[in-house]
Design a binder for this molecule. Structure first.
Ligand SMILES: [Zn+2]
Length: 234
């Protein structure tokens, strides 16, 4: 899992000629390892979904293999697709200093949470109230000085309250993910899982090819959020 996370900022995507089908949109992705949210992009390579964390080396990429997911999912096949889908959402932009007054109690937020060893991870929280303060100006830009009382809903502090500054707040968006690469993969996975053990599945020959290449094996103790890292493949 990614060892750390920082304040999200939009960055130009790094280019890679090996990324055959690559998402254009930046997404939020919840790591199965720590439940925190990270900026990520996705690609489909060799039939597998590749999740590329922003600001982390490619060794940290996660790969979701249709055959492996199908094997894990036998008790509740569609639950696995839904669970994977739920780990993605539209990127949550940092709260704009000049827009703090738009926030209302109950607003879903994603807030940076300082952890031991200098780690900073993003977890979900709900806004309880805003303690307004006069805004200042730095280098011609408005700076919010308000405090935001939030209640953590996820992460190590779930259930507790905290007052945070604007620099720690991102705004969770309600719009659905419209990433064509991700949606196509998940739709294909749905069809694959819905049609039995992959025979005649519309999720493509690619899937079968990758399954054959990987042997389709899954550890017996694989958790529901099973993922495996294949390392970089070109
Ligand atoms: Zn403010």
């Amino acid at each position: 899992m990614p060892p750390t996370a920082r304040k999200r900022k939009r960055k130009a995507p790094s280019s890679s000629s090996s990324r055959r089908t690559r998402s254009v949109s930046r997404l939020d992705f919840r790591s199965a390892a720590d439940g925190a949210w990270y900026g990520a992009r996705v690609a489909v390579q060799g039939g597998a979904l590749r999740v590329m964390y922003e600001e982390f080396p490619e060794e940290q990429d996660e790969w979701y293999h249709p055959a492996a997911l199908a094997a894990v999912s036998s008790p509740s096949r569609h639950g696995v697709v839904a669970a994977l889908r739920a780990r993605f959402r539209v990127a949550s932009p940092p709260l704009d200093d000049a827009r703090c007054r738009d926030l209302r109690p109950g607003a879903p937020l994603c807030v940076s949470c300082p952890l031991d060893a200098g780690l900073l991870k993003f977890y979900d929280a709900v806004l309880e109230s805003v303690l307004p303060a006069a805004h200042g100006t730095v280098d011609g830009e408005e700076r919010c000085a308000c405090r935001f009382a939030v209640r953590w809903t996820e992460g190590p502090r779930a259930g507790s309250r905290e007052e945070v500054g604007v620099e720690r707040v991102c705004c969770v968006q309600s719009s659905p993910v419209q990433d064509p690469v991700l949606n196509e993969f998940l739709d294909g996975l749905t069809r694959l899982l819905g049609s039995g053990s992959g025979a005649g599945a519309t999720a493509s020959q690619e899937t079968s090819a990758v399954a054959a290449a990987e042997g389709g094996g899954v550890p017996g103790d694989a958790p529901p959020g099973f993922h495996r890292k294949f390392g970089a493949r070109t």
